[in-house]
Write a protein that binds this ligand. Structure first.
Ligand code: GLN
Length: 280
């Protein structure tokens, strides 16, 4: 069997299991078999596959058929301009979250030596992307999951920013370290009802603790805002990712905690997604 035949077979299996981008996924999984990029498998599609490679490919196809996200199969995900290592129990970075990086960079354009805190840092995607762009910023990441802290450490090392970064394995309630010019967070914000209707690939494979925000989705955001109001410097910026229907509630919470709303940004699907505020 050549590469092309195997990709076609893989695609059919994925399709039968209701995987949406079956052709693309099959090609990506084949490139994992060769540890090369997609271009390689497409350009070499007539090459024969040995038994070992066929077996490995079938294992990957079967994982994907059960809904395992491609990012967990490949153990990596592109975010902003960089590649992040990801693994089970850590949220896969989302394109919509890149808005937070974009706005953080915009709102700190001419600033130097800022101290940045990322609450619920996960893979470290937001904080590390900002630190990579801003060579003299100093970052602190906090996460309640030890696994996330270890992974963000690995990612920081890979991106060469280990010495401008401190990571803490702590809940935000008990976190008392430092004062910040900029705080960012993509907290768990999905409410009970929406959680039921989440895509199966997400519910079955990604950590609930990174997604679920209690009955109305704001139980974690509340904590983040309250603690941020104590950890932030006067005139510091707080940039949050929010659920599509949380603009009003979060605005109120921010105002109650002494923040002024600068702007609310929409994601690629035109949902309210990112709220930028300033501590008065
Ligand atoms: N900050 C990480 C991200 O945005 C993790 C967020 C989370 O686990 N809720 O991907």
């Amino acid at each position: 069997m050549n590469i092309n035949d195997a990709i076609y077979k893989g695609k059919c299996v994925l399709e039968k299991n209701f995987i949406k981008n079956s052709q693309l996924d099959s090609e990506i999984l084949m490139s994992k078999v060769f540890n090369k990029d997609r271009k390689f498998v497409i350009l070499n599609s007539k090459n024969k596959l040995d038994k070992e490679k066929i077996n490995f490919f079938n294992v990957l196809i079967s994982q994907r058929s059960k809904g395992k996200p491609i990012a967990y199969i490949l153990n990596k995900k592109d975010f902003w301009k960089y590649e992040f290592k990801v693994e089970k129990d850590v949220l896969i970075p989302r394109p919509d979250t890149e808005i937070l990086v974009e706005q953080a960079l915009k709102f700190t354009k001419n600033k130097i030596n800022l101290r940045v805190l990322d609450i619920g840092t996960g893979s470290g995607c937001i904080l590390l992307s900002i630190l990579k762009e801003k060579k003299n910023f100093y970052g602190v990441g906090v996460d309640i999951s030890k696994k996330c802290i270890n992974l963000s450490k690995t990612n920081a090392f890979k991106l060469g920013i280990k010495n401008r970064l401190k990571l803490f394995n702590s809940s935000i309630d008990n976190f008392r370290y430092g004062k910040y010019d900029l705080i960012i967070s993509n907290p768990p914000y999905i409410n009970k009802l929406d959680f039921k209707y989440l895509n199966k690939d997400v519910v079955n494979f990604e950590p609930k603790s990174a997604l679920y925000g209690g009955l109305d989705g704001t139980s974690e955001i509340r904590k983040v805002i309250k603690r941020s109001s104590e950890l932030i410097k006067k005139n510091g910026k707080l940039i949050l990712e929010i659920g599509f229907d949380q603009k009003k509630k979060v605005t109120k919470l921010l105002n109650h905690n002494g923040f002024y709303i600068n702007k609310i940004f929409k994601d690629l699907a035109k949902n309210d997604r990112c709220i930028v505020s300033t501590k008065i």
